[in-house]
Design a protein around this ligand. Structure first.
Ligand SMILES: NC(=O)c1ccc[n+]([C@@H]2O[C@H](COP(=O)([O-])OP(=O)(O)OC[C@H]3O[C@@H](n4cnc5c(N)ncnc54)[C@H](OP(=O)(O)O)[C@@H]3O)[C@@H](O)[C@H]2O)c1
Length: 215
């Protein structure tokens, strides 16, 4: 059994991670901004605490005493680049201080490549409405990639469609390229994203890099 701290535990991905971690017998600290909104998350093995992933002290306080941190955050009310860059810096600074050696961060599909060296977000048909958000996520990824750190980080990037489909317990792993099926679709459920994250938590296979996952 490990102690897992989940940032963004009240969100769709965060809840799937909490469920998967509990099913494997781990203890979870669920970090949310306002615990009063998330009383349903608390149970015998889930402690709900207040925390802000962009704040170094707050991350360190929430993470102290845990084996692994998982970040599943998104804030529609913040400018994306400062948010994801700030979160990356806060994790890189605070987790080693707090004694946490491994961090898994959920990434964004649009900075995967659809062809060698060509990111989806740089393609000619990429929707303008998603560009700022995509740039923010990509900037957060670059903070990890350029960091000199002892933290064993891994950005786990979902495919094009991430949805509430049932858990299958299976997934494929790729690198910087988008994983698709023969028909061109690219899909995973939140539940199976959580399986991939907990597999990497329990048996680390990828280190200081980014992987893509899909069904
Ligand atoms: N296809 C794809 O690539 C794809 C698809 C979906 C999601 N994603 C990524 O997966 C991650 C999780 O997405 P999701 O769908 O689970 O989003 P979500 O349901 O909106 O959950 C995000 C959570 O982040 C929390 N949060 C926001 N600001 C925070 C802060 N400063 N400190 C701590 N927690 C904070 C929110 O909590 P409160 O607001 O309640 O405090 C919310 O519960 C995001 O990075 C998202 O971009 C990728």
């Amino acid at each position: 059994m490990s102690k897992v701290v989940v940032f963004g535990a009240g969100g769709k991905a965060g809840r799937a991670v909490v469920t998967e971690a509990l099913s494997r017998g781990h203890e979870v600290t669920a970090v949310v901004r306002d615990p009063a909104k998330y009383e349903d998350l608390a149970s015998a093995r889930v402690q709900v605490v207040a925390g802000d992933i962009t704040n170094v002290r707050s991350v360190a306080a929430a993470a102290e005493g845990h084996d692994i941190a998982i970040s599943a955050v998104y804030d529609a009310s913040s400018a994306p680049e400062p948010f994801f860059v700030g979160a990356a810096h806060a994790l890189l600074e605070s987790l080693p201080q707090a004694g946490v050696r491994r961090a898994l961060i959920i990434g964004l599909v649009s900075n995967l490549e659809f062809a060698p060296g060509q990111r989806i977000m740089d393609g000619p048909d990429f929707p303008e409405a998603f560009l700022e958000f995509s740039k923010g996520h990509a900037a957060g990824l670059e903070v990890f990639r350029s960091a000199t750190t002892d933290l064993d980080w891994l950005v786990v990037t979902p495919p094009m469609v991430l949805d509430e489909a049932e858990r299958t317990g299976t997934y494929r792993v790729g690198g910087d390229q988008l994983l698709t099926k023969e028909d061109g679709t690219s899909h995973l459920s939140y539940a199976d994203l959580a399986v991939a994250l907990l597999d990497e938590a329990e048996t680390p296979k990828h280190h200081k890099t980014r992987i893509s996952v899909a069904d």
